[in-house]
Ligand binder design. Structure first.
Ligand SMILES: [Fe+2]
Length: 362
């Protein structure tokens, strides 16, 4: 067994300011990578700039990362800043800016890299140091080496083959307090899916289970926030963020499984948010899992049984209508990927996958 999680995680109020000296150890010039809006309104960008100024670190800001960032965006940033002698990259936001920050850190380290480089295991996958500052509660990217990028040439999202683990994850759940409610729902369902998929995974071991079980218990404390029964305060925001970090640690070991693989075409073709797209396939995935495993996990997450779980999701997301041809496309993409078919901890044949992908549980 192996548990590899090399990221130094700091989780506290005023985290960025408290760790400016740690950030300064990474070099003299930083590139901040963000999306277009949220980092500038939730205080995370201002806190980062204040910390960099305090340590006399020169910085540039690339704020053009779109939702589900494309490889085109990565190379645009790489080209723009290749001559600026960047020492390290800071990704602020949800999964999109953090995943982009990792890929940009790799491209800045290897200016000769083209698209194939990101997907060639024989290439040097080292990158500039990365700092991740999550402002949503789902991706877990701050503690994984994964960078999922949109490939317009392939009409879907594909993870870069190189693993770029951040040097630091700076966690301050206050940044969640200004996030739109829909974003909190979508990202937290993503975290729940990470926890479940990492355990119901052929690569799961005792270490993964220990972390994921903890994450599920933490997630259960936020369940009523997503359904609107409880208004989130500092304690709930902290639980939302921590369950997401724990979920990230567990997928960093075992990876995700079938709901994630099935979800990518829905996000690419229909623009369905990642967490919602993954959530669509979760009940079908759990239905296919052995009952004893499934029920134990559902209890940890605060559900009575699968029916309770499906009902909850219907309340949170409402009815989701996915066209038959889209479900077929998702099914075909996974059916032809033997590694993904084997990723679940239980046997999955085409029949089971078909019921999972067209489950119609919602
Ligand atoms: Fe995810």
């Amino acid at each position: 067994m192996k548990f590899y999680m090399p990221v130094k995680v700091f989780d506290e109020k005023d985290c960025i300011g408290n760790h400016s000296k740690d950030i300064a150890l990474l070099g003299n010039t930083a590139l901040i990578v963000t999306g277009k809006h949220s980092a500038f309104s939730n205080g995370s960008y201002d806190d980062t700039v204040a910390a960099l100024k305090k340590e006399n670190i020169k910085f540039f800001t690339f704020s053009e990362v779109e939702e589900n960032p494309s490889t085109d965006t990565i190379f645009k940033a790489g080209k723009k800043y290749s001559s600026e002698k960047i020492d390290f990259v800071i990704g602020i936001g949800g999964g999109s800016p953090m995943d982009a920050a990792k890929a940009i850190a790799l491209v800045l380290k290897h200016p000769e890299a083209g698209l194939d480089y990101l997907y060639d295991t024989s290439c040097d996958g080292s990158a500039l140091p990365v700092v991740c500052i999550p402002t949503t509660c789902g991706t877990g990217s701050e503690v994984t080496g994964v960078s999922v990028l949109t490939r317009h040439d392939r009409h879907t999202k594909i993870s870069m083959v190189h693993k770029v683990f951040p040097e630091y994850a700076l966690i301050d759940s206050r940044y969640l307090s200004s996030a739109p409610y829909s974003l909190i729902i979508n990202s937290s369902v993503d975290a729940l899916s990470h926890l479940l998929e990492s355990v119901l995974n052929s690569k799961a071991d005792d270490y993964v289970r220990a972390v994921a079980y903890s994450g599920l218990k933490m997630w259960s404390k936020t369940k009523d926030v997503l359904s609107g029964e409880v208004k989130a305060g500092p304690e709930e925001f902290s639980c939302l963020m921590r369950s997401s970090v724990l979920a990230g640690m567990s997928i960093a070991q075992s990876g995700t499984s079938l709901p994630h693989a099935l979800s990518y075409p829905l996000t690419y073709d229909m623009g369905i948010p990642h967490g919602k797209a993954v959530g669509y396939f979760l009940p079908g995935f759990l239905q296919a899992a052995p009952e004893k495993d499934r029920d134990g996990l559902l209890h940890l997450a605060g559900f009575i049984d699968l029916h309770d779980f499906s009902q909850y999701f219907r309340n949170v997301f409402g009815d989701m209508e996915i066209p038959e041809d889209e479900l077929k496309r998702a099914f075909d993409a996974v059916k032809n990927n033997p590694a993904k078919m084997r990723s679940a901890s239980f046997p999955v044949n085409e029949e089971i996958l078909k019921s999972m992908s067209g489950a119609g549980t919602f």
